[in-house]
Design a protein around this ligand. Structure first.
Ligand code: FAD
Ligand code: ZN
Length: 468
């Protein structure tokens, strides 16, 4: 059976693209090194037709498939289980830019196209693909859509879902659904595109997408502002929205300990402001020009300083300085990985509830686990916090995770629920939060999800054991 499937797969994609030997950890272990599985084979098709043929061959043999893009996912959704029976379907070779329509402001790329390459294709035409996350140098557009990725520009442009107009998908039956449209309006029945977005490889294999572009702004200016409290950050957000309107394109918050970790593990990075309880990264984009952007920004920060919501602020003087400020923010996930394993919570809350949530939950965690360290940062403009819990200094992080993760999650997720929030804002469910979904989603919602899964993948071939 296995030999026959492997031979069929080699016949479809060529023997060189069916990997079985050597070090396959780049495919079989996840980015956080929390999951390590073993695939029957890593299969790397080079076209949509090959993806469809691979799916048909796997279906004929009853072999399950784990789709994978850049393997930067944080919830263990894109790596095989330990059984050695699953086909790891890597989309990395489907990486072509198919077309760009400047007048329609759309870009069509294959799903294995690395996000940064898609951004560059847009920029080469003087346009902006406004999806940006720290993993953009390796994550793929297909992975972004399969997880409905967020990132740092959601407050202005929305999640990956809002940026996607059309999809091409290989179904679990091995058919190709060509839904590649650049239309902004198309009310012709159920929205199939939106079903596949965020489905984490459980409903179909995304092979290409048509994405929305925007004009490049004439200028982008970045600043750091130090706040004594989260209330101050929330008030600054309201002021920035009022003053900058749609010109506010980034509003990220970083807790003191998160920045301490960056300083510890990346001492070469700048420290633009003295340590504060909270530091906000603001980004303003302007259609007019740099001088206008800077003036609006300085007047905003001046007002915030005068009001006392901000204690100190610095505006980047150049593009290089702007990039350096972003680099500090984007180094937080890497710095905490250097510091050791931690318990990650990717939560969303009404922005107004965030200060109260953090104050109460910090206090409860500190009482139950004395010395516990909170790496708190995130996309405050979207109400999305990465509220991560690190073992006390000097403690065995692996042990802490094994013994305490469940109880810590309970404290955090109960507090999130009490504030009307979500336990998964942007990273998805994968293997990590499957039990949480089963326990916290309403039975009606779960029933509808299972019905959709059964209708689109009746054999349960696509990414089993993930999400549902
Ligand atoms: P993978 O990890 O390969 O796969 C993710 C999931 O999608 C898996 O379930 C997989 O089966 C499925 N999948 C992948 N490709 C396809 C396809 N073509 N068709 C069907 N299913 C598919 N996420 C955010 O939302 N916001 C952030 O700010 C953010 N920052 C990050 C920073 C770092 C440093 C890292 C490592 C990750 C970050 N992430 C973030 C998480 C991750 O980058 C995103 O989820 C990303 O969108 C995953 O893309 P990928 O190509 O690596 O997908
Ligand atoms: Zn994030």
């Amino acid at each position: 059976m296995r030999a026959a499937l492997l031979e069929a797969l080699a016949g479809i994609v060529g023997p060189a693209q069916v990997l079985r030997d050597g070090d396959l950890s780049a495919y079989e272990a996840d980015w956080r090194k929390r999951w390590r599985g073993r695939a029957l084979a890593v299969v790397r098709p080079g076209s949509t037709a090959e993806v469809a043929a691979v799916v048909r061959a796997c279906a004929a043999h009853g072999t399950t498939i784990v789709p994978q893009g850049g393997n930067t996912g944080l919830v263990g959704g894109g790596v095989p289980d330990a059984s050695g029976t699953q086909v790891l379907l890597s989309l990395q070779r489907l990486n072509r830019v198919r077309s760009l329509d400047a007048a329609n402001l759309t870009l069509t790329v294959e799903s294995g196209c690395v996000l940064q390459a898609a951004q560059q294709a847009a920029a080469a035409a003087g346009l902006l693909l406004p999806l940006s996350l720290a993993a953009e140098g390796s994550c793929t557009v297909g992975g972004n859509l399969a997880t409905n990725a967020g990132g740092t520009q959601v407050l202005r442009w929305g999640n990956a879902r809002e940026l996607c107009l059309g999809l091409e998908v290989v179904t679990a039956a091995g058919d190709v659904w060509d839904g590649l449209t650049g239309l902004r309006k198309d009310n012709t029945g159920y929205d199939l595109r939106d079903l596949f977005i965020g489905s984490e490889g459980t409903l179909g294999i995304i092979t290409a997408a048509t994405l929305k572009l925007a004009p490049q702004p004439a200028a982008v200016v970045t600043a750091f502002a130090a706040c004594g409290s989260l209330e101050g950050c929330v008030r600054l957000l309201a002021l920035a929205r009022a003053r900058l309107g749609s010109g506010l394109t980034g509003f990220e918050v970083m807790g003191r300990f998160a920045l301490e970790l960056v300083a510890r593990h990346f001492p070469q990075l700048p420290r633009p402001l003295p340590a504060a309880q909270w530091t906000v990264l603001l980004e303003a984009s302007d259609v007019e020009g740099e001088a206008e952007a800077r003036a609006r920004f300085e007047s905003l920060l001046g007002a915030a300083l005068q009001d006392g919501m901000v204690a100190d602020a610095v505006v980047a003087e150049s593009l290089a300085q702007s990039k350096a400020l972003w680099h500090v923010r984007e180094s937080i996930p890497l710095a905490q990985a250097e510091e050791g394993l931690n318990i990650k919570h990717d939560i969303s809350l009404p922005v107004s509830a965030i200060p109260r949530f953090v104050e109460r939950t910090d206090a409860e965690l500190a009482t139950r686990w004395p010395g516990v360290r909170l790496v708190n940062f995130g996309h405050l403009g979207d109400g999305n916090l990465h509220y991560n819990v690190q073992a006390p200094e000097g403690a065995d992080a692996k042990r802490f995770l094994a013994d305490e993760e469940h109880a810590v999650n309970r404290v955090v997720f109960d507090a999130v629920a009490a504030c009307g929030g979500s336990f998964s804002a942007e990273h998805g469910i994968g293997a990590l939060k499957r039990d949480e979904l089963a326990a916290r989603k309403s039975p009606v919602a779960l029933g509808l999800m299972r019905a959709i899964k059964a209708a689109l993948d009746p054999q349960g071939l696509l990414n089993p054991g993930r999400l549902l």
